[in-house]
Structures are given as C-alpha cells and as structure tokens.
Ligand binder design. Structure first.
Ligand code: OAD
Length: 292
C-alpha cells in the first residue's frame, strides 16, 4: 500500500480515542499532506500516442540537430526550415490521441486534494485527456501558440489546424481578434506580426532561452505553499536541473517520489519507487493505487 496512506491510517487509529486539538491538527496536516500531488511529465508520456521523444534511439535528436531547429540562431538563419519542422509536428500531434497515461493523470487530478502537472511537452494531449489549464504548467511552451519573434504579441493557432494562425487569430489572454499576415505554404510567406512586422515563431522554449516567468512562478508558488504526499515523474530524461530540483523540493517532507521510465535517469537515485515500465502501462495502475 502507498506509504503515506499507511501513515495516515496508523495515526488516525492511535489518536482516535483521545483527540486533542493538537491531534486534530496533526490528522488534518497528514490528510492535506497525503492528497497533495505534483506530476512532472516529459516526451516519454506521449511516445505511446505516436509522438517521438527527443533523445533515445527513436528520438528527434537522433538524426536532427537541435542547434539547426530549436534555437533563435536557427530561426534567424532559416525560418522556413524551422517552421516546416514545427508544422509537421503540429500535424502529427493533431492526428494523435491521448493514451492511457494521459488519462490516468487526468483522473488523478480529479481525485487529489491539490494537484499540479508540470509538463515539458508542448503538445495538447494532457489537455485533451481532460486536464484544465489551471492544473497544468507547460514549462517549455505550447506548440499551437504562435508568438512574435520581436515584441510580446502572441496568438493561438486555429482549432484543428496545424497551420500558424490564419489572417485573424484570437489572443489567448484577452480573446481579442487580431490580424496577422497569414502563413501560406505555396508562396513561401511566413507569418508576420501585425504589431511590428517581425516574423512570428512557434510559442515554445528553445535551447538557450529562459523559461517563461509566469509559468515558473506558478510552479514556485505551488512548491512554496506546501510539500506533496506524492510526486510522479514520468517519461523524462530529467536532463534539466530544474526538473530534479522541483521533484525533490515537492517530496521534501517524506512524500513518495515515483519515477516512471523504462530507463535510468539522474533522478532515479532519489526516487522512493522506480517503475521501469512504459507510462501508458504503469500510470493507470499507480493512479489506482493512489486514489483507492
Ligand atoms: P527525452 O526525449 O529527453 O526523454 C524521453 C524519456 O522518456 C526517456 O528517459 C525515455 O527513457 C522515456 N520514455 C520513452 N518511452 C517511454 C514510455 N513509453 N513511457 C515512459 N517513458 C518513456 O524527453 P524529455 O525529457 O521530455 O525541450 O526532454 C526534455 C526536453 O528536451 C524537451 O521538452 C525538449 C527537449 O529538447 C525543449 O524543446 C526546450
């Protein structure tokens, strides 16, 4: 059985006959401790939906050079090549479906007292599995967002389209309709910002760029408010220090740290439970254990 659950059960039995105010506080503390969850996901969670990972034998970076596709310098050098890669990825994502791993995480969100998903994935499969925007931090951005490469104008792509936004696109924050120069594959036009005429670019974080401030702050706020009873890290090589840092801080008061990954990562040695299986196989079972 889940360790923290057992701790709660034991404490409740011991104190049930003589519940003083302090005991009640302890029980209350344990309850909130048990039901607070942080889930961190990476490309491996979408692998079984047919979205390639980045590293590993079938990953994008196996035969594509990230420096030629996922940096500002690459975009400055060859924006058409970069847009082409992102358009292909948008198409692939639009044709994919959430898998049992995404669905299990969405189920956990419904049952946890407090829940936050931090995903490095720029796809929308967590959202399509049922997770709300307030429960999700897309720390590496959103592939369906198109933003100006110079000013701070950005807009969401058309629903159901792999294209960058049409001549009229809706701003994600205000819902205002704005016009941009549309992208057309045939005439080689790239989308341009209606505000400053600079090229529009995909709304993702590239190598060498800082993480989005607001999203980072949402993670920090969640971690600072309290620790978590369960932290699940699934489908990521945990290449970036902040991923390990957030997982360790969230589980700092003895919360369970569960890693779901067929392979070892730098996080593995800190995990209290290693699940060397695929996310679609392991997550439904782990979530069942946590919520039952
Ligand atoms: P990676 O491609 O680095 O790693 C994928 C991880 O998923 C590996 O550890 C695999 O062992 C594991 N994996 C593969 N299939 C799996 C499955 N079915 N179930 C569970 N795990 C599986 O992807 P990320 O760690 O997400 O950044 O990469 C982090 C970041 O590096 C990405 O967000 C992207 C990339 O460059 C940016 O674009 C900024």
């Amino acid at each position: 059985m889940w360790q923290a659950d057992t701790a709660l059960a034991t404490l409740t039995v011991v104190t049930i006959s003589s519940l003083a105010a302090t005991d009640l506080e302890i029980v209350g503390y344990c309850r909130s401790y048990v039901v607070r969850v942080l889930v961190i996901t990476g490309a491996g969670v979408s692998a079984e939906s047919g979205i390639p990972t980045f590293r590993g034998k079938d990953g994008y970076w196996r035969n594509l050079d990230p420096i030629k596709l996922a940096t500002r310098e690459a975009f400055a050098r060859d924006p058409e090549l970069v847009w082409q890669w992102y358009r292909e990825r948008r198409k692939r994502i639009l044709n994919a479906q959430p898998n049992a791993g995404h669905e299990a995480i969405a189920r956990l969100a419904q049952r946890a007292g407090e829940f936050l998903l931090v995903t490095q994935n720029v796809d929308d499969l967590h959202e399509r599995a049922g997770l709300g925007k307030t429960e999700t931090v897309q720390i590496h951005g959103d592939i369906f967002l198109t933003k100006c490469s110079r000013c701070d104008f950005s807009c969401a792509g058309r629903d159901g389209s792999p294209e960058p936004p049409d001549a009229h696109a809706r701003e994600p924050e205000s819902g205002r309709l704005r016009s941009i120069v549309p992208f057309s594959e045939n005439d080689g036009n790239l989308p341009r910002c209606s505000e400053c005429n600079a090229l529009m670019r995909p709304g993702v974080v590239w190598f060498g760029e800082p993480l989005p401030v607001r999203e980072t702050q949402r993670v920090e706020n969640y971690l600072q408010r309290d620790s978590c009873g369960a932290v699940i890290v699934a489908g990521t090589t945990a290449t970036f220090g902040y991923i390990i840092n957030w997982a360790l801080r969230a589980s700092r008061r003895g919360g369970e740290l569960i890693e779901v990954n067929p392979e070892e990562t730098p996080l593995s040695r800190f995990a209290t439970r290693l699940v060397r299986e695929s996310a679609a196989l392991a997550l439904p079972r782990i979530v069942d254990q946590l919520i039952n």
